[in-house]
Design a protein around this ligand. Structure first.
Ligand code: AHG
Ligand code: MN
Ligand code: MN
Length: 325
């Protein structure tokens, strides 16, 4: 019989608090999976008719999933506060405002532009230690580099619903058993091969890229007779969770570089809710993750909604991008 998530957490001696935090996340992701699957039946597709803190249109399901996660952590003594891509400021716990051991950060619905067209979406999460014991939580408490994460992971709502998790000792994947509702360990010791022939980038932005990124992709596109000496394949799902999941399963490189469209935005993806949690998974699986100057896990955040460039995946390709720039 395959291990359940509960068995796995016990086997790896996760503390009572961390077990509570991860279990709540998994239970909520199972609920989110049903909300996403109900789609038009529940009248939950389409826009919520408002923008989030990043001036992005919110889908109804962005709001619904954010509320589900807020509820999940509202009444646990282990969590001092939460922060979300969808909310301007963090929310401190009302139960134990001054002594929860953990902070939980999430992108409640990643790839939400895909939800109306029935393409895979996900939830990304990050767990940090709370430095605020004995005093009120402040925003600066969340601004810890990714290396401080105690755990991170994502749920992927695809043909299968999966939970991919790291507690800082390798990466494992669980599949939600639709018959029993249990999360079962199906992907042990997920590793990213060093070499790949697959890249993921939104090519429509090519004209905005800096020369090193453009040069790297041109070399890939040149194929067998070009400098890389092999033919590449391309995928772009526009759900980071789904693109990163493919890389964790069969390798590849994912790039969302900074570009010249809006100089005020150094990249599109968010450090706290996308970059750092995915970088921990990727490094734990033997890959690399950089913003092209610094390993993403070493970036000291300056704000909850900070954006960064992201290049992650198979080490050989990430190193090639670094060498180009
Ligand atoms: P979100 O839906 O949480 O805002 O994230 C979407 C992100 C990421 O999942 C994806 O890789 C990227 O945006 C796609 O961007 P483009 O539409 O610019 O390709
Ligand atoms: Mn996202
Ligand atoms: Mn999102």
């Amino acid at each position: 019989m395959r291990l359940t998530l509960t068995d796995y957490l016990a086997k790896h001696s996760a503390s009572e608090g961390l077990t509570d935090v991860v279990t709540r996340m998994a239970e909520t992701c199972a609920v989110i999976s049903r909300a996403v699957a109900a789609g038009a039946i529940a009248d939950q597709l389409g826009s919520a008719g408002q923008e989030n803190v990043q001036q992005e249109e919110q889908k109804q399901l962005d709001v619904i999933t954010n509320d589900l996660l807020l509820d999940a952590y509202a009444a646990t003594p282990w969590v001092a506060g939460v922060a979300s891509e969808e909310m301007e400021t963090f929310v401190a716990s009302s139960v134990t405002p001054n002594d929860g051991a953990f902070l939980v950060l999430f992108d409640p619905l990643d790839g939400s532009s895909n939800v109306d067209v029935n393409v895979s979406v996900g939830t990304i999460f990050s767990v940090l230690p709370s430095p605020a014991a004995g005093r009120a939580l402040v925003e600066a408490d969340f601004l810890q580099p990714g290396r401080a994460q105690i755990a991170s992971g994502y749920a992927l709502y695809g043909p299968q619903t999966m939970l991919v998790l790291t507690l800082g000792r390798g990466v494992v994947g669980f599949t939600l058993d639709p018959a029993s509702g249990a999360w079962r360990l199906t992907h042990d010791a997920m590793t990213i091969p060093r070499a790949t022939k697959e890249f993921a980038i939104n090519m429509s932005n090519m004209r905005h890229w800096a020369p090193p990124i453009r040069g790297y992709i041109e070399d890939c596109l040149a194929g067998e007779t070009g400098p890389r000496g092999k033919n590449y394949n391309m995928r772009w799902i526009a759900s980071m969770v789904a693109d990163v999941h493919r890389i964790l399963v069969r390798g590849g490189v994912f790039l969302y570089p900074a570009d010249a469209r809006d100089p005020s935005k150094p990249g599109k993806l968010r450090l706290m809710y996308e970059g750092a949690p995915m970088a921990l998974l990727v490094e734990q699986a033997g890959g690399r993750a950089t913003d092209v100057t610094t390993d993403i896990l070493d970036i000291v955040p300056t704000g909850l909604h900070q954006r960064i460039a992201v290049v992650l995946g198979s080490a050989e390709e990430v190193e090639r991008v670094l060498a180009a720039g």
